[in-house]
Write a protein of this length. Structure first.
Length: 615
């Protein structure tokens, strides 16, 4: 037993000490507490400031804008005071004083009477409204009553309610005299209330008529200041200063309900809608500038359009500039760069060929047309002649159908009139036929106008490149593949791009164009005098539109084609015909067939083919 106790004592002496009881935990607890407190402070800072950078920006804006307003206020006040001392403004002030003095006695009488009427209305109005509500409720109960007995009972209640009496307590005008008290029935109360309102309206109207000259002169004075004062006047600046004094630091946003759009851009761009022109130099930060085009902003009211539909970016994001401007990786509509601000205009103005104030937009449109893109890629606003021609032809078909239907109706009416047994019915049918004849005459006039319009539209209808149906008559066969392979090698200023075709493709296209072109013979032309031709070319105005030479050596205009090296590509006989009459065609164009017709079409009709300047 003693041995066991000794072993237990030895074992107890060998056990490790308890760390909780044998060692201090102050250090770890202090570190954990500091980490916890630091994390809490970090979280609070991130919540209040880190995720809301717009708060600091708004405070900075208020400080900078207030300082700027205080700087410009004395200058604007001095300018305004100088304008008010001008002879023109002093003359308007004299006219204003004279106009006020002329109507002052009557205006004072009207004001006294209006004050008395308003005093009586203030006493009568609550009593009348309560009485009307009570009688209205009883009247509704009378209307929905189910039996005649119930209706009679409700009617008695209505009559009793109308008898009143209703007490109206009228306080003395000076507050010290004897008060008046009226006891009125509902009809008397209503009659007096309506009479007072009618009299008040008459007096207000008369007062407005008397003060019309005064108001007109005041408008002229304000207009004079607006026309001659650059910027805001002193009162407007004082209003902006009061606005800054009561400015509330909060999340500001524009909500367009129709498009379920929320834009919070103005939380940071606080000065964008300010009436004063604010620049980066004035405000110290680019985010505080005002809109560079206030006129454009008035047309596109942000309350209706928002910001991001035109400028891009993420209008809801406010935690960082990167997110708000949509510059993060996964945002699909980043903020447009300054050189591309006008890209947003295309969303609504895609049909406009020229857009005022959008130079980059207009330049892009010009390049789209001048570089030949419109030749392959249809886009609204270009080649309107084709679209208009389609509409005109559609209208012509509809009018022709209407005229044919009217002709059939005329024949039916005439047959029915001839067979009618009643003179009245016969006269009606004859009148109907005559009305339809008049209508067809009007349709014929309209068709004549539309046919003429279609004719000119067909003449105005243009393509980017020239028509290739006469390529066999116009060009040398050997020159066609040279041009198709690389147009810029022959004419560096051409609009036609290089399509990077293989040699086989170039030969195939050249063969197709040559074989499908018109083969009609051209009349042979006698050779000309090149020296005399050069003299005529330089003195007859050709250089006003056409140019000769390439690059820095070019002389002449740029409106029409460059005629350098034209002899390498053009058939001489065709060139002579073109210079003599550019509108002369090889074959006539048939608008009904919508194509050129030649000897084979004439032969089908048994007619000789004659097409020259006289036929």
């Amino acid at each position: 037993m003693e041995r066991e106790n000794l072993e237990l004592e030895n074992r107890a002496g060998l056990e490790e000490p308890d760390p909780i009881t044998s060692r201090s935990m102050s250090g770890p607890l202090l570190i954990a507490s500091l980490v916890l407190v630091g994390t809490l402070i970090w979280a609070l800072y991130d919540e209040v400031y880190g995720r809301r950078p717009w708060k600091a920006m708004q405070r900075e804006f208020v400080e900078r804008y207030t300082a700027y307003l205080k700087r410009v206020r004395p200058r604007q006040a001095a300018t305004e005071a100088a304008l008010k001392q001008s002879p023109e403004y002093q003359k308007l002030e004299q006219e204003l004083r004279a106009a006020r003095q002329a109507v002052a006695p009557r205006v004072q009488e009207l004001d006294r009477e209006l004050a008395e009427i308003e005093r009586q209305l203030e006493a009568i109005r609550p009593v009348f409204q309560d009485a009307r509500a009570k009688i209205g409720a009883l009247t509704y109960e009378w209307e929905v009553a189910g039996s005649e007995r119930a209706k009679a009972r409700k009617m008695r209640e209505i009559e009793e309610a109308k008898r009143g009496p209703f007490r109206v307590r009228l306080i003395a005008a000076d507050g010290e005299g004897k008060n008046q008290e009226w006891r009125l029935t509902f009809d008397e109360l209503q009659r007096r209330f309506l009479t007072l309102q009618e009299r008040k309206a008459q007096l207000v109207s008369e007062r407005a008529r008397l003060l019309e000259p005064v108001v007109e002169i005041e408008k002229k004075m304000n207009q004079y200041l607006q026309d001659n004062l650059v910027g805001l006047d002193q009162k407007q600046i004082d209003g902006l200063l009061r606005k800054m004094e009561t400015f509330k630091i909060e999340l500001k946003q524009i909500h367009v309900q129709e498009g379920d759009l929320v834009d919070r851009c103005i939380s940071c761009h606080v000065g964008i809608l300010e009436p004063l022109p604010l620049t980066e130099q004035i405000m110290g930060r680019k985010a505080f500038v005002s809109h560079p085009n206030p006129t454009l902003l008035r047309i596109h009211n942000p309350e209706r359009f928002g910001c991001s539909p035109c400028h891009g970016g993420n209008g809801r994001a406010t935690t960082s500039v990167v997110k708000a401007h949509g510059l993060n990786k996964h945002w699909l509509w980043p903020l447009y760069r300054p050189e591309n601000y006008e890209a947003g205009c295309v969303q609504c103005h895609f049909r406009d060929r020229v857009l005022e104030g959008a130079e980059v937009f207009n330049l892009g449109r010009d390049l789209y047309e001048l570089k030949g893109c419109v030749g392959c890629h249809r886009y609204e606003g270009y080649d309107r002649e084709t679209e208009a021609l389609i509409e005109v032809r559609k209208t012509i078909r509809q009018l022709n159908l209407e005229r044919a239907e009217n002709e059939r109706e005329i024949r039916r009416a005439l047959r029915a009139a001839d067979q009618a047994t009643d003179d009245r019915e016969a006269r009606r049918l004859y009148a109907l036929a005559e009305t339809l004849r008049v209508k067809n005459s009007q349709i014929a006039d309209r068709l004549e106008q539309l046919e003429l319009q279609a004719k000119y539209l067909m003449q105005d209808q243009k393509k980017v490149g020239p028509n290739l149906k006469e390529i066999r008559l116009k060009l040398r066969k050997e020159w066609i593949p040279v041009w198709i392979e690389n147009p810029h090698a022959f004419r560096p200023t051409t609009k036609m791009p290089r399509f990077r075709l293989s040699r086989e493709e170039v030969q195939a296209i050249s063969a197709y164009l040559w074989q499908t072109a018109l083969r009609d013979p051209l009349p042979a032309q006698p050779p000309g005098d090149p020296i005399r031709g050069r003299e005529l070319f330089e003195t007859r105005g050709c250089l006003a539109c056409h140019a000769i030479g390439e690059g820095a050596q070019a002389i002449g205009g740029t409106f029409a084609a460059n005629l350098s090296r034209v002899g390498e590509k053009v058939n001489y006989d065709y060139l002579v015909r073109w210079i003599h009459n550019p509108r002369e065609r090889t074959r006539p164009y048939c608008p009904n067939e919508r194509r050129d017709i030649g000897p084979e079409e004439y032969a089908k009709k048994g007619l000789p083919f004659r097409f020259d300047l006289n036929h």
